[in-house]
Design a protein around this ligand. Structure first.
Ligand code: FPP
Length: 248
């Protein structure tokens, strides 16, 4: 399908993606190392970022490295960190040229110092950009994020800054890593797995979910159009009836 088949007045403002299947892609292609899958995964992410920005998506948030991914073989973890630093170096000019802000969520302090510092440099440099925000979830886990939010709020209660009655959904949202962005409208997971894997659990409360068999390195702009088309054909009711939505 093509982009002109989409309703450009109903593009999801925030798309979150679980980029899965790099390892299987590398194996299918006959590569001896999963790292080839990650390298081609970066190329897919690069192309997707461009397409999303062209369509007018405001926020693109991708799961690049989970808290659980630290348990992978050391060789693969090191390769992913190296890939991240090189990608940041290579892409900063393109981000500037396309007015895209780079952001990160997760335990950034737990990344190797060269990765954390390169990330900070690129985030600072692109902070002025306003066309789209590309957020990398790195060393990210949703339960851990919520745990940290609860700890921050508990401290405020303990210090007498707020009372327990002041805790509401808005306050919880404000204490998450994603405090400065809207909730995702659409969550995409590639490679045929149909689970959320500890990703943005609070934020996807009302997101539409789209699962595709396509392995991440093969995810092309047509796949994004397909996902957005599926999103546009759904009725987001937020608990209301279909009639109420049509009357509004
Ligand atoms: C899942 O595939 C993918 C990851 C764990 C990492 C995703 C990372 C990238 C696309 C590249 C790194 C990102 C940046 C921004 C430099 P998998 O390895 O779990 O694949 P499998 O399920 O087929 O084994």
């Amino acid at each position: 399908m093509a982009s002109h088949q989409l309703d450009l007045n109903n593009i999801p403002q925030h798309i979150a993606i679980i980029m899965d299947g790099n390892g299987r892609w590398a194996k299918k292609q006959g590569f001896g190392t999963r790292v080839k899958g990650h390298e081609n995964g970066v190329a897919a992410l690069r192309a997707l970022t461009t397409t999303a920005a062209e369509l007018g998506v405001g926020y693109l948030t991708v799961y690049a490295f989970s808290t659980e991914n630290w348990n992978r073989p050391k060789f693969e973890v090191n390769a992913l960190m190296r890939l991240l630093v090189n990608t940041l170096k290579n892409e900063v000019d393109t981000l500037m040229k396309n007015n895209i802000r780079l952001n990160a969520i997760g335990n950034i302090d737990s990344l190797p110092s060269d990765v954390a510092s390169k990330l900070k440099t690129v985030m600072d440099k692109t902070a002025v950009n306003s066309h789209m925000t590309l957020t990398l979830a790195l060393s990210y886990g949703s339960r851990d994020e919520m745990k940290q939010a609860v700890q921050k709020i508990a401290l405020e209660v303990k210090d007498g800054l707020i009372s327990a009655d002041d805790i509401n959904e808005e306050l919880i949202s404000k204490n998450l890593f994603t405090s400065d962005m809207p909730d995702p409208d659409l969550l995409i997971r590639t490679s045929g797995e149909q689970r959320i894997s500890n990703y943005l659990l609070w934020q996807i409360a009302y997101a539409e979910l789209f699962f595709t068999e396509t392995l991440w390195p093969d995810f092309a702009k047509e796949d994004l159009y397909q996902a957005i088309s599926s999103y546009q054909n759904r009725e987001r009711r937020y608990g209301k009836t279909s009639e109420q939505i049509k009357e509004a």
